[in-house]
Design a protein around this ligand. Structure first.
Ligand code: ADE
Ligand code: ZN
Length: 350
């Protein structure tokens, strides 16, 4: 479809609020940490179920603690909260609660992250984690029509030897995940630290992604692409600091999984009105919208879109492009992507 037709068709939806229009669009979520979707209510429930003593007495106290000044200040609390996750049922409940939010937000496909080392370091078998998560993902495909592909993330503040051990532990469950990722403290832990484990993962036929250019410099994005050979970049908003990289991202249409509410809560941008996602989109960088850690940052996917509407005057055409990028940036088959694109264009036209 040519660009002008698309503009006319998208504008024909004037009677719908932009937010409702966006909710209707088929969208994927490609940057979501399951441990980051642990709502305080479920955290208290699991703490009681597993006899875990939390450092907070009330939900209000928890929410007051979620006042972050950078990535590390968030991660310290995030790892502490994950301690309530102990059994297969806990991982099922966590994942299922997230998938119900996906249904509400019009998400048709998810590629969520999980951090096995956060759990195995506490003595929990990786099989318990994977079985609980994948049972919920399978149920979502059956009951909610949401497809998925799970991504196993290595914690970059730990050593590469520990990441290699993690991949070894995960090998019996290879059929249950589609790729590996890299998260946790970015500064001081460049992608090159994980060269061998990413090569091993790719040899196993896994896809690869990495957080880069969230707090770290644009060089980390280049290294993730060149050394780790990732298929897409998580965050990547600091790409604007390197002109050659910008040219490459556009030419190769490399997907950046951007997380607006996360970036403002962790002070990557001082205010949503300063966020560069729509500038990147308008420069033809393949950005798309995600929630990252919704229970900690104030909202799920639609709340991220709503923030773009409120503070950046996002247009319907921009929303359609973001939704389109979320489909083409996924690891779905070409046929699956095509079917979602047809539905997306049909809604944009209606
Ligand atoms: N783990 C969970 N959320 C993260 C983020 N935004 N950056 C790095 N690691 C994370
Ligand atoms: Zn993230």
């Amino acid at each position: 479809m040519n660009r002008l037709n698309l503009i006319e068709q998208v504008n024909a939806h004037d009677q719908l609020a932009t937010s409702d229009f966006v909710r209707l669009l088929p969208k994927t979520e490609l940057h979501l940490h399951l441990e980051g979707s642990l709502e305080p209510e479920l955290m208290f429930k699991l703490a009681a179920r597993n006899n875990v003593v939390l450092p907070y007495a009330t939900i209000e106290e928890v929410k007051a603690a979620y006042d972050f000044h950078n990535l590390q200040s968030f991660l310290d609390i995030y790892y502490q909260c994950a301690d309530v996750l102990r059994t297969e049922q806990d991982f099922f409940d966590l994942t299922w609660a997230y998938l119900l939010e996906c249904q509400r937000d019009g998400i048709v496909h998810v590629e969520p992250f999980f951090d096995p080392q956060t759990h195995t370091e506490r003595g929990i078998d990786i099989g318990i984690v994977i079985k609980g998560i994948t049972r919920a993902l399978a149920q979502a495909e059956q009951e909610l029509g949401i497809s998925s592909g799970l991504i196993l993330c290595f914690l970059r503040h730990l050593s590469e030897e520990q990441a290699i051990e993690c991949l070894q532990q995960a090998k019996p469950y290879l059929e249950h995940f589609i790729g590996v990722g890299l998260d946790s403290s970015e500064l001081g832990h460049p992608p090159g630290k994980f060269t061998r484990v990413f090569a091993q993962a790719r040899e196993l036929g896994l896809r690869a992604v990495a957080h880069a250019g969230e707090e770290g410099p644009a060089d980390y994005i280049v290294d993730a692409l060149d050394i780790l050979k990732v298929d897409r970049i998580d965050h990547g908003v600091r790409c604007v600091e390197d002109e050659d990289l910008m040219t490459r991202l556009v030419a190769d249409q490399i997907t950046l999984t951007v997380c607006p509410l996360s970036n403002t809560r962790l002070k990557v941008f001082s205010h949503m009105s300063e966020h560069n996602i729509l500038q990147l989109l308008d420069q033809d960088v393949a950005v798309m919208v995600n929630a990252d850690d919704p229970a900690f940052f104030g909202g799920y996917l639609m709340q991220n879109f709503d923030a773009l509407i409120e503070h950046l005057d996002m247009t319907r055409l921009q929303a359609v492009k973001l939704a389109l990028n979320s489909i083409t940036g996924s690891f779905m088959s070409a046929e699956q992507q095509q079917s979602h694109i047809e539905k997306l264009l049909h809604i944009a036209k209606a």
